[in-house]
Design a protein around this ligand. Structure first.
Ligand code: S3P
Length: 186
């Protein structure tokens, strides 16, 4: 058994990082934090506005600062933004910051889950499918590079995914200070 400082969720937009992460944190008795929400809390601005005013480069700089802070804390469950793996320094932070789970989702499911989204700056374009495919291909090796575990979110619901992940963590011998035995709901 080994103890991890944080449980870090990476993966594309619409892969369930926030919803599954929140549920998993509940099961594990850990605090949950969403890096994008943290950026919005600190700046008092929505992600879309930060992209508009400072561009993607400005957003990535803010994202890096927040990730560095969150990875220093813990133990907690951290949901990262889909592009958190783009910067090499972020990938190092994530790898060193805890146990990293890559949530995988297939393109059709991703499109369905994001169908009503009007907030994510990278999705405000007519060719969503092509954009998501291109972004996905570009980032797949980066998720693989940082991940200790890959989990396919498939068609199961959030509750099932959190339960299976708790089980997998147990099998991997990953312990957190307040982790109840796998299979037992809080
Ligand atoms: C982004 C994903 C978003 C958010 C921003 C950029 C990306 O987070 O950080 O819009 O580059 O994929 P989610 O993955 O939580 O949607």
């Amino acid at each position: 058994m080994s103890s991890a400082s944080n449980l870090i969720l990476v993966g594309p937009m619409g892969s369930g990082k926030s919803s599954i992460g929140r549920r998993l944190a509940q099961r594990l008795g850990l605090p949950f934090v969403d890096a994008d929400q943290e950026i919005e809390r600190i700046t008092g601005a929505r992600i879309a506005l930060i992209f508009e005013l400072e561009g993607e480069v400005g957003f990535r700089a803010r994202e890096h600062e927040v990730l560095a802070q969150l990875c220093r804390e813990g133990p907690q469950v951290i949901a990262t933004g889909g592009g958190a793996v783009l910067r090499e320094d972020n990938r190092r932070l994530l790898r060193e910051g805890g146990f990293v789970i890559h949530l995988h989702v297939d393109l059709d499911q991703q499109l369905r889950r994001l169908a009503r989204d009007h907030a994510r700056p990278l999705l405000q374009r007519p060719d969503r499918r092509e954009a998501l495919q291109r972004i996905g291909e570009e980032r797949a090796p980066l998720y693989a590079e940082v991940a200790d575990l890959r989990y396919d979110t498939g068609s199961g619901n959030v509750r099932q995914a959190a339960a299976q992940l708790a089980e997998l963590l147990h099998e991997h011998g990953i312990l957190f200070p307040e982790t109840p035995p796998a299979g037992i709901s809080p």
